[in-house]
Write a protein that binds this ligand. Structure first.
Ligand code: ADP
Ligand code: MG
Length: 346
């Protein structure tokens, strides 16, 4: 393992933990998405890994070596970790070349120049080496921050919301570029983001944080299809929660009956999570409803359908199909597994 967190907590104010019980790990070459809403503790977690915050409980290991615990604090410069800060934090009085070379200690001056040139080429910055940060676009500044963090060959790269200062059209391109760069260099990285598309699209595994706690650590597929809590279900995509009641190993709901998963341990009053892609509008359905809203989204159209029970459920259909508002339709369920939550959990 490159990185292991075991029950890590950080406390800013006595008696009140900003994060608590955080455990996850990264193997060589993994990209781990650290996902959650603003204020949930993503930056704190990243700073604890980098060594900028002490931990108040638990342990952090890098390449098997304990670097942080209550009685241990290896300083940031000895952790071999590179960090790209949310605002990039470039040195304004240094050129691109000097920024990228800042953390380099080893080798002769000409070896370092050569290595910097390689880093600039890798990040698409060749020719800009004598520019100052103020004369660069947002995307170029981000590349400099990335080149600077990667130059000392860190064992782990930490990225704090690296796309939040870029225009949306730039973001898509930079995501692809970064993914390509991380994978071709086999860099292990922790990518902090509040954007579920970014986390699910780029990461090999995702840790979802909520109010300083880890809600789930899983692959993007598991996270989306088998969320561990209603919060995760909602945070990683659109989800409807249809009320149901368990009776003799089946959940009865207004959209039909479902088998109860074997590992369900809650009470008989439940909600069943249903994603828009689990519901198909068409013949041979298990229930009917009336189209109440329609949102064209390019490759798909999302319909809101009111059930006779009063519940609202969403369905994504191919945008070549078109159902007028107020039409009565039949619904067919495509879900291959049931995701259930006790109605009393939030
Ligand atoms: P995120 O990056 O997910 O938005 P942060 O890790 O920055 O969240 O913050 C987590 C919590 O810790 C928040 O409630 C925030 O107000 C608090 N916090 C962050 N930094 C400090 C600090 N230096 N002093 C006191 N509280 C802080
Ligand atoms: Mg933050």
């Amino acid at each position: 393992m490159i990185l292991e967190l075991h029950n890590v907590a950080c406390t800013y104010e006595a008696g009140c933990s900003a994060i608590e019980g955080i455990s996850f790990s990264a193997r060589k070459g993994d990209i781990i998405g650290l996902l959650g809403p603003s204020g949930c503790g993503k930056t704190t977690t990243l700073r604890a890994i980098a060594g900028f915050e002490p931990v108040s409980a638990g342990e952090i290991r890098i390449q098997g070596q304990p670097v942080a615990a209550v009685d241990r604090h290896i300083p940031p410069e000895q952790r071999q970790v590179g960090m790209v800060f949310q605002d990039y934090a470039l040195f304004p009085h240094l050129t691109v070349q000097e920024n990228v070379g800042f953390g380099l200690r080893h080798g002769s001056a000409s070896e370092r120049r050569c290595h910097i040139a390689d880093m600039l080429a890798l990040t698409g910055l060749s020719g800009l080496d004598q520019r100052y940060p103020h004369a660069l676009s947002g995307g170029q500044q981000q590349r400099v921050a990335l080149a600077r963090a990667l130059a000392p060959k860190p064992v782990l790269l930490l990225l704090d919301e690296p796309f939040s200062n870029l225009d949306p059209d730039m973001t898509y391109r930079m995501r692809e570029e970064l993914l390509h760069l991380l994978k071709t260099t086999c860099t292990t990285a922790i990518l902090v983001t509040h954007d579920h598309e970014e986390a699910l699209g780029m990461a090999d595994a995702v840790a979802v944080l909520y109010r300083g706690q880890l809600e789930q650590f899983a692959s993007p597929e598991i996270m989306y299809h088998l969320p561990a809590s209603p919060f995760v279900a909602r945070f990683v995509g659109q989800a409807d929660f249809i009320p149901g009641t368990i009776h003799e190993a089946a959940v009865k709901t207004p959209v039909g009956n479902f088998p109860v998963p074997q590992d369900y341990r809650g009470g008989p009053e439940v909600v069943v999570m249903i994603r828009p892609d689990d519901i198909q509008i068409g013949e041979n359905g298990s229930c009917t409803g009336t189209i109440q809203s329609r949102q064209f989204r390019g490759s798909e159209t999302r319909y809101g359908i009111r059930l006779p029970s009063g519940d609202l459920i969403h369905s994504s259909a191919s945008s070549t199909q078109r159902f007028p508002l107020h039409t009565r339709v039949t619904l067919h369920l495509k879900a291959t597994h049931t995701v259930l939550f006790d109605r009393n959990t939030d």
